[in-house]
Ligand binder design. Structure first.
Ligand SMILES: [Zn+2]
Length: 153
């Protein structure tokens, strides 16, 4: 082993494509490596990010509630545009194995659950529980609006 090789063995490993002119310091280069790991599918337009769930959702596979603000490692990819605004899709794996996909909705400045979860538990969020009067019949609705006595009886 030459002295040069020995010196190298004691030092940081310089990747074969390390180029000080291009990459700057080794730390900076390694920083790029960290991003590279998150960007390992960047050729498919996918970047791994920390995604914060924008509202309460319920996993469709295990039924568990995922609270607003809970964070997941998510694959982020652009799936189109709304005017000049990019539409992003985020796919994350729930611990039960279910893949939950949420995408941005620039038109409504909101997010849409595409698959793997629901915004509300079905059957639980009834109108009565939400504290509003459910008007199922149009005739009754009409009567309620026109007849104050009927409304208060
Ligand atoms: Zn689940």
């Amino acid at each position: 082993m030459s002295s040069l090789a020995a010196a190298r063995a004691d030092n940081f490993y310089y990747a074969p494509d390390f180029d000080p002119d291009k990459h700057g310091t080794l730390n900076k280069y390694n920083g790029q490596h960290a991003l590279r790991d998150r960007a390992k599918n960047i050729d498919k337009g996918i970047l791994v990010i920390r995604f914060e769930v924008p509202f309460h959702i319920w996993c469709t596979k295990c039924g568990e509630k995922i609270a607003q603000g809970e964070r997941f490692n998510a694959d982020k990819r652009g799936i189109g545009h709304y005017h000049s605004t990019r539409i992003w899709q985020f796919s994350m794996r729930h611990h039960c194995g279910c893949i939950i996909t949420i995408q941005s909705d620039p038109k409504h400045c909101d997010y849409i659950v595409v698959e793997g979860a629901k915004k509300k538990v079905e059957g639980v969020q009834s109108a009565a529980e939400a504290g509003v009067i459910e008007l199922t019949d149009d005739a009754e609705k009409e009567r309620l609006l026109k007849d104050p006595i009927y409304r208060h009886s």
